[in-house]
Design a protein around this ligand. Structure first.
Ligand SMILES: CC(C)(COP(=O)(O)OP(=O)(O)OC[C@H]1O[C@@H](n2cnc3c(N)ncnc32)[C@H](O)[C@@H]1OP(=O)(O)O)[C@@H](O)C(=O)NCCC(=O)NCCS
Length: 182
């Protein structure tokens, strides 16, 4: 399965991505905006663990590599929450610093959203963003996500207390981009 966008291809992770993933994920400038589950430094073993999880066949998640000219430059994923939140999926993404600011993750979110509503049995997609992560907020806003809530002092990251901005998208409210699936 591949989702083709105007700037990149989203495709399934494969074992041979491990070296490039290690290289391109290993930046504190990425990790500082992510949950602590995103390793920093990012080792080959971390890449192996991630690829194993991402390709594990779970039907409650979609993890795709952001592929630019055959090289993995980032990742995007959605995961259905559990228990009473099972109709909600959470989205997350990153791209290596050298490729930031080129509209790539905006395209990736635009592509994965309709696919997610089609594949996972959910009625909302949400994203929890550090309140100072202006680039990520823009990516979501450009895809029609709206700010639903600000969770004050909800985040403790690298010794700092931050607010979390919760963005949400419902099916049919936006994101009309048609993405070829092959
Ligand atoms: C957030 C991130 C995924 C964005 O990816 P990207 O491909 O660079 O994003 P895009 O180029 O599609 O769009 C970025 C938007 O943010 C804007 N932006 C970037 N830095 C900004 C800043 N400091 N203040 C305001 N807007 C900013 C860009 O101008 C652009 O908006 P525009 O098209 O209206 O001009 C990328 O910066 C990243 O990987 N960051 C580290 C990991 C991360 O934050 N992940 C998300 C966790 S919620």
């Amino acid at each position: 399965m591949k989702l083709i966008t105007s700037s990149c291809i989203l495709r399934e992770w494969v074992y041979r991505d491990r070296i490039t993933l290690t290289k391109n994920a290993n930046h504190p400038e990425i990790a500082q905006w992510m949950r602590d589950g995103f390793p920093s430094p990012y080792s080959l073993e971390d890449a192996d663990n991630f690829i194993e999880m991402a390709t594990g066949g779970e039907n409650n998640q979609i993890y795709l590599a952001i592929d630019l000219n055959g090289e993995v430059v980032g990742g995007i994923g959605v995961r259905r929450l559990g228990d009473i939140y099972r109709k909600t999926a959470e989205i997350g993404y990153w791209i290596t610093p050298a490729n930031q600011g080129r509209g790539i993750v905006t395209d990736a979110v635009r592509a994965i959203v309709p696919y997610t509503f089609q594949k996972l049995d959910i009625i909302r997609i949400e994203a929890g963003v550090f309140h100072t992560n202006y680039a990520s907020k823009r990516v979501l806003e450009k895809n029609g996500f709206v700010l639903e809530a600000v969770h004050q002092n909800a985040i403790y990251k690298n010794g700092q207390i931050l607010d979390e901005c919760l963005y949400v998208l419902f099916p049919g409210t936006t994101n009309t981009g048609k993405t070829p699936i092959i």
